[in-house]
Design a binder for this molecule. Structure first.
Ligand SMILES: *Cc1c(COP(=O)(O)O)cnc(C)c1O
Length: 290
């Protein structure tokens, strides 16, 4: 049993942390699982960064998480990240934007973020670079790849990755940390795993073509439900929200709309007015459809 990979989706129960002690406990548990997953495949646990994701979490509770040791926080939406970065500015947190960027928000990201994980268009790269140059700042970025072939997911199709990466050096304020992906939402672990394997394979292939092409060559992949699988497949950064902060009420379709054309700036996702009501499923429905 010692060398067996995770092949079953555990049953998740993510209790809401409401004190520093509860945050410390949740973080310690996640770190323990990170360590175990890394050791299962002979990796050094220190090579896996934990990025806690605080989206939808009110600032009072984010403060508790920071008191429990979080120094970097991930947020999906620029507006929310900007607000939190301003209101929590006294605490010295580094903010990572991990969701799709509309180019009209590039200026905000350039102003407050230290990292952007969802780069998937040259337009966004150019907009960010222009703002960063003007501000005399630089930004760590990951290029997002769509590894699940779901048309509604953001990210570059794998076949466009190489030509995209070849354009990156012209944006000198963007420091390329590696590749990022979201796996398919499924309880079928082998299928989830294929997404992570694909990202690693793409990284390796790009490195073979040109060692400079993928920057640091990092792999940001894995969330609360699948980060152990991601680590087994080579993740160097896992983005974990619910396992640290507690279950989210907002349906995931709010973050991964199923009908948005990812190339179209005009079709910004309309935010659902309220958390899932009785008519709406609380599961990450659109993306989970098999
Ligand atoms: C919300 C989010 C996560 C974390 O998801 P959890 O289920 O809360 O762990 C990871 N990556 C992205 C891009 C996200 O928006």
């Amino acid at each position: 049993m010692t060398n067996q990979l995770a092949d079953e989706m555990p049953i998740h129960d993510f209790p809401t942390a409401t004190s520093v002690a509860e945050f410390s406990r949740n973080i310690a548990e996640v770190k323990q699982k990170i360590t175990e997953a890394a050791l299962r495949v002979g990796r050094d646990p220190a090579d896996v960064q934990l990025l806690p994701v605080s989206k939808t979490v009110p600032e009072e509770r984010v403060r508790l998480a920071i008191a429990a040791g979080c120094r970097e926080l991930g947020e999906n939406k620029v507006q929310e990240a900007k607000r939190k970065s301003e209101n929590l500015a006294d605490l010295g947190v580094a903010w990572s934007v991990i969701g799709h960027l509309q180019t009209n928000k590039a200026r905000d990201v350039a102003a407050f973020a230290s990292e952007f994980q969802a780069l998937d268009s040259l337009r966004a790269a150019a907009a960010l670079d222009r703002r960063l140059q003007a501000a005399g700042r630089s930004l760590d970025v990951y290029v997002q790849v769509n590894t699940s072939a779901e048309p509604q997911k953001y990210g570059l199709p794998p076949e466009e990755l190489e030509s995209f990466l070849r354009e990156m050096p012209q944006f000198s304020s963007l420091r390329l940390r590696g590749l990022m992906t979201l796996a398919i939402f499924s309880s079928d672990i082998p299928r989830v795993r294929t997404c992570f394997t694909l990202l690693r394979t793409l990284r390796d292939r790009m490195r073979d073509v040109d060692p400079q092409l993928v920057g640091d060559g990092g792999l940001s992949m894995g969330m609360s439900g699948d980060y152990e699988v991601a680590i087994e497949e080579g993740a160097t950064c896992v983005r974990v929200g619910q396992a640290i902060f507690g279950a989210r009420q907002v349906p995931d379709s709010h973050y991964w709309p199923d009908l948005v054309d990812s190339q179209s700036e005009a079709s910004a996702p309309a935010a659902p007015a309220a958390p899932a009501g009785p008519a709406e499923s609380t599961t990450p429905a659109p993306n989970a459809a098999e």
